[in-house]
Ligand binder design. Sequence first.
Ligand code: ATP
Ligand code: MG
Ligand code: MG
Ligand code: MG
Length: 561
Amino acid sequence: MRYTQMLLPTLKENPAEAEVVSHRLMLRAGFMRKLTSGVYTYLPYGLAAIRRVENIVREEMNRAGAQELMMPMVQPADLWRETGRYDKYGPELLRFHDRHERESCLGPTHEEVITDIVRRELHSYRDLPINLYQIQTKFRDEIRPRFGLMRGREFLMKDAYSFDVDDAGAEVAYRKMYDAYKRIFSRCGLKFRAVQADSGAIGGSFSHEFMVLAKTGEDTIVVCGDCEYAANMEKAVVKIAEIDNTEPLADLEKVETPGKRKVDAVCEFMGIAPSQLVKTMVYLADGKPVAVLLRGDREVEDVKLKNLLGVADVELAEDKAVFDATGVPTGYLGPVNIPIRVVADQEVATMRNFVVGANEKNYHLKNVNLGRDFEVEAVADLRQITTEDPCPQCGGKLELTEGIEVGHVFKLGTSYSESMKAVFQDSEGQEKPFVMGCYGIGVSRVVAAAIEQNHDDNGIIFPVPLAPFQVVVLNLGVNDGVMTEASEKLYRELQEAGFDVLLDDRDERPGSKFKDADLLGMPFRVTVGKSFTKNGTMEIRRRRDGFTEEAGPDAIVALLK
Ligand code: ATP
Ligand code: MG
Ligand code: MG
Ligand code: MG
């Protein structure tokens, strides 16, 4: 490609709106331009880098036996209603009506669409396993689009979905994707880590995130200095010490509590009689709220607490008030199988002693011991990990580091296939739901992450596999016949040898050509300048470490190989 023919608008100044290095450099190096918040046009240079990642992803997905297809971006609301996600997904799902008033949305992810395809087309265990993927534009109405391509509203994702006959099969599929992801990010030349993560909104039995290690990463990861353990901090939990109920705190005591008024007075969330409760706070003895219990049948308005604490979506079959140790009602505990989320720094021990409803009007039980009077499962026995904790795998010392989530693999299980009635006949003729997995890579984000990890004060330093061009040839004498002829010849020879080459044939001062070459970050620069006229040599310079060598024109191709 000739620079004079390419739309490659570089900027000398740092754009004010860019907060992180990759965003700054990508704007300056003419990768993309913003159309509106979180929505970009990819210009040729940026698109070429994206395509590099895309090709690596495609090759490794194909190698792992996945098949490429392409699904629609516009999706009908009714499909999403089948899994309950039309209402559950939240405002990141852009919903709209078409001209016939049909409710629709823009695909932020494609579990529903792929499950629909598979339930219609595949009916037998003989059709399985199968893994289908696409590389496609996603839309998520992110609350805070920022950092350029790192968190766009429109972005390019590779998403794959596996379907298996059973759990063991699904685990094999998961492992294959996990290995393919490792190859993909290694081939991209990135320093990354696969970390344990739970599956967030998508749901499922286990998952890993692939994190590019970079200071600007929005995720904190906890890694062990002594073993392979690495987990997303937000999601990493440790078991709270087993509840020891060999020594009860006190004996169970039935106390009279003219319930309703007392409850009203202390807990603002308990405005109505226990049987009608729609929302309940659970507090620790020191007054710190630890959970919100919800009844499934009413709208919840108190978003503040919901966000603060995380909500257990539960149905209260049999309600029980929670009191502090002095008998003051402070919250509410449902049936024993309700998961109560314990906030980070609280020990379950402080929650051991409760007062609960006695299943008798105006009476409660005092000194209820968790584990003795309640099954221990009544309390989620997990809390967020801290660096004070020993490594859960080897007991070693934990450290924190920042990462950019570039990929995510989930083992989904049967939640989608069950809710969408996606079934096949097994070898005994039995109907079974498909066991699923899903696997995403933020293709456009990978490019941003690569730049976060590979740059210096002068610009981008592309890992070779991601560079739009491996070599830039600078012709410093565009008005000089000899230099131009030599540049053109080298340009042709390099292309014939299989290199992607940019020939800087602009009539610009050398200084500004050097600056742009550094900014654009191609791995090698060959300068045809004064030393060519004088000694017949050209200068090869490696972008990453500035290593420079002079060589005659005939030696250049061989040196670059
Ligand atoms: P994040 O935690 O950054 O919001 P996510 O967990 O919501 O990402 P997934 O649903 O796991 O994202 O999607 C798969 C991949 O798509 C992510 O690992 C990430 O690389 C990429 N991705 C997600 N959201 C964006 C975005 N807004 N812009 C660019 N890439 C994104
Ligand atoms: Mg997200
Ligand atoms: Mg995430
Ligand atoms: Mg994710």
